[in-house]
Structure formats: C-alpha cells, structure tokens
Write a protein that binds this ligand. Structure first.
Ligand code: MEV
Length: 441
C-alpha cells in the first residue's frame, strides 16, 4: 500500500488523523486517541492555533513556567519561560534570587538596526553601477513609500541602502544591503515586503534606463530576504559585585571567595578559548533566552542563528559572555544580538504569548531585549556556578527525578518517599527504579 498522498492539507483535521494513523501507526486506535485528546484549547483559540501552520493535527504541550525575583535596572519581573529541560527554570530562579540580593541585573540596548538584502547578478562594469547607484537608491526609496508609510509614522522605516560589490569573490555578484528600524515589531514581514519591492524596482531600473547596452539591461535578481544576522540589534546585560559577596556561597563549597571567583573567571575564559566548550557554554545561555523567546511568541531559530554567527564573528566561535575581576569586583557580562518584537507575529495571537507580555508589563521591544538577555546571563551564571562547584548533575537530576518517577508510574506516596530519600542520594534511573522495587515489594 502506497503511503504517498496528494492534497493532505485539504483534508479535515479528523481525516488527516485517520489517514496518518492508518498508514503510519502500529496501533491506529491508540494513536488516534492520543491525537484527539491533545486538542485542548477552547474552540475559537484552537482555530487560531491550528492556523499557525499547515497540517496541524494536535497541540504539543510544553510547560509554561515562571522565574520570579528578577531585578532588572531596578524593576522587578516574574519572567515567563517555556522549556522542557528540567533544571532550567529552577536555575534561572535561583540566579535571579542570588543577584537580587546583590544589586540586581543591569541591561542596555546598544542598537536596534535590522538588515535585509537583495542579491543580484549584473554583467556590466562595477564602476558604471556605482555611478548609477544614487539614482537607483532614490528610485528604491520612492517605490517603497506605500509600504514604509506606517512604519515611518511609528518612528521607523528604511535607514539606508548600500551597494555591496562581491565582484572579487564572485564575478557579476552584487548586493543591495538595506538597514531598517522596525520599532516594536520584529519586522520580518515588513522587511521582506520592502525587499521584494526593491527587487522589482531594481529590474525596472535596469530594463528602462536609457543609455545602457542590452547586456547591461540583463540584471538577474536571485533573491530578496532579510538577514537574520543582526549584530547591530544588540543588547548588553551585566551583573557586578564585590567578590566578598561570594563568601557564603564559597564557604558552602569549602572554598574562599577568591578561589570561587578565580574558578568562575577561568571557566568563562575557557569558553572564550575553546570552541568545544564555548558551544556548550552558549547553549546554556540559550536555555534561558530561547525559553523567554518562546514564551513571548518570538522566533527562537532566528535568534539562535544570529547569536551563533555573532559568537564566531572574529573567525573563531567563542563564549558570548565575559568576566572580569578588577579591584576586588567581579563583573559578568553578556553582549548578544536579539531581534525581538512585542507587536505583530504571534505576540498578540497566541494567548500565552500575549499573557507573557502582559505579565512583563507590556514591554517595548527594547525592554524585552533587556529582560531576555538578562535571563540568558542568569542561566549562564547558574550553569557555570554549578559546574565549578557541585557539578551540574546534582541539580539537574534532582529536577529530573520527577520525570523518572512519572516514567516509572510512581503514585503520590511513592513519589513523596522518593523525593525524601533522594535528597541525600545520587539520582539515576536505576537507583530510582531499585528504590521503587524495594518499596513495592
Ligand atoms: C545544559 O542544558 C546546559 C549546560 O551544559 C551549560 C554549560 O555547560 O554551561 C549546563
């Protein structure tokens, strides 16, 4: 029986589920019952959620959690986070509390410029193109006025258009690189619409321009699309305190504040030197960032892609965070590009994204950039703190214990007994299973 289908997207949701389970499930009835039971939202909201993507057949649930006690630029936040990894929210909350007692987090937006490109091939002399560019640029700006009017009213729009010449690397390849201010929106649709208009205008310009040879009229636009690399849309978050503020934490680990600080500083240095460590170090930062980005209905793939390119901007992939210890003060800092929006996209459509923004006080995009960077820094701080002291598994497995107990079907009483027992024991799947076996026998 063939498993190819034409017109799957035209089927109703029920038909899709029936076809899918009939062809791809070992137990169609059981799979159907799972899929039909994961349609939780109230009808009108379910319709909106189903509209997000093609071929939606169920809702895939992730926990919507809160990390309280974030003090950022003197303002208190309880930050919504969406993530499946057990220990992430606990770690963020614990770092938030730690720094709340030490002056809190600081953050500032360095810039908000977004970029887009029209990639084209043109067979003429680059000097001629450079001469024509001022006239072309003004045509491009004129031709997109209807698209930019609203954004301009909000204080944004096109900032500049540059001609970039790649001739030395690839004959005939040029690029229009446009920069944009998109205010509180992430701006992807706005930028892409403007770029596609630029592409049409560019073609018209060459085909209609008097005085060009036939060959010079032969412009070929390859594509028009925003760039997710937005190094100028960047935020800095930092914490600082006298190293003696670590005395208590250090004592609990049998060290003094100087030793703890040295270990912390070295751990961050290692992530700046070694790409293997840097990747994991930055993954820890994105544990926090992605969770806030998802909770607020932003695009975590765009944000990750950009951040990793930025981490490799000098030719080697490095830590996004840095640490200095000077005059008895530790400063831990994260500088990261974050193209985020608080209007448009899913932000008003997804009920929990909308609520997340409301819980954060309906921030501007710039404020949300600050909050998100801070959570990334907090997450990084918590991970490195664990790594240089107890190791990561202690906290991680404590949180993961609940998953193991659920997996093994522990009832409430067994779970409570296990939580108590494993307070001072190493958690592993087999240790928990043995504990339950013994208890059950
Ligand atoms: C785990 O999700 C993240 C960490 O590996 C980050 C790090 O090593 O810094 C703990």
């Amino acid at each position: 029986m063939t498993k190819t289908i034409n017109g799957f997207s035209k089927l109703s949701k029920t038909e899709k589920i029936q076809w899918l389970t009939a062809h791809f499930s070992a137990d169609p009835k059981a799979s159907q019952s799972v899929l039909f039971s994961w349609q939780h939202a109230e009808e009108s909201i379910q319709k909106v959620i189903d509209g997000f993507t093609e071929n939606a057949i169920a809702n895939y649930t992730l926990p919507f959690s809160i990390a309280p006690n974030f003090l950022i630029n003197g303002k208190e936040y309880a930050v919504p986070m969406v993530i499946e990894e057990s220990s992430v929210v606990a770690a963020a909350s614990s770092a938030a509390k730690f720094w709340q007692e030490r002056g809190g987090f600081h953050a500032e937006v360095i810039g908000t410029v977004k970029l887009g490109q029209v990639h084209f091939y043109w067979p003429g002399n680059p000097d001629t193109l450079r001469e024509l560019f001022p006239a072309l640029k003004s045509r491009l700006l004129d031709s997109s006025k209807d698209l930019t009017a609203n954004m301009e009213q909000r204080g944004g729009g096109i900032l500049d258009i540059e001609l970039i010449d790649f001739e030395l690397i690839e004959p005939e390849y040029f690029q229009l690189r446009a920069s944009f201010e998109t205010c509180d929106s992430m701006g992807a649709n706005f930028i892409n619409s403007v770029l596609e208009r630029f592409a049409d205008t560019l073609e018209d310009f060459f085909t209609q321009h008097p005085g060009l040879t036939d060959a010079e009229r032969d412009v070929e636009v390859i594509m028009s699309i925003l760039s997710n690399y937005t190094p100028q849309c960047r935020v800095r978050a930092w914490v600082e305190c006298p190293i003696q503020s670590f005395a208590e934490l250090a004592r609990a680990q049998g060290m003094d504040a100087e030793a703890l600080t040295r270990r912390f500083h070295r751990a961050v240095r290692i992530a700046q030197i070694d790409p293997y460590r840097a990747t994991t170090h930055n993954k820890g930062i994105y544990n926090g960032i992605d969770a806030v980005v998802l909770a607020t209905g932003n695009d975590f793939r765009a944000i990750e892609a950009c951040g990793h390119t930025y981490a490799g901007r000098d030719g080697q992939y490095r830590s996004l965070s840095s640490c200095t210890v000077e005059n008895g003060t530790l400063r831990f800092e994260l500088e990261i590009p974050l193209a985020m929006g608080t209007v448009g996209g899913l932000t008003a459509l997804h009920p929990l994204a909308k609520l997340s923004l409301e819980l954060l006080g309906n921030p501007s995009a710039e404020e949300l950039m600050c909050i998100t960077a801070v959570v990334g820094l907090a997450q990084n701080f918590a991970a490195v703190r664990s790594l240089i002291t107890t190791g990561i598994q202690q906290g991680h497995m404590k949180m993961h214990l609940t998953n193991i107990l659920n997996h093994l079907g522990a009832n409430e009483e067994e779970a409570a007994a296990a939580q108590h027992y494993f307070q001072n024991q190493t958690v592993s799947f087999s240790a928990v299973r043995s504990f339950l076996w013994e208890k059950r026998s």
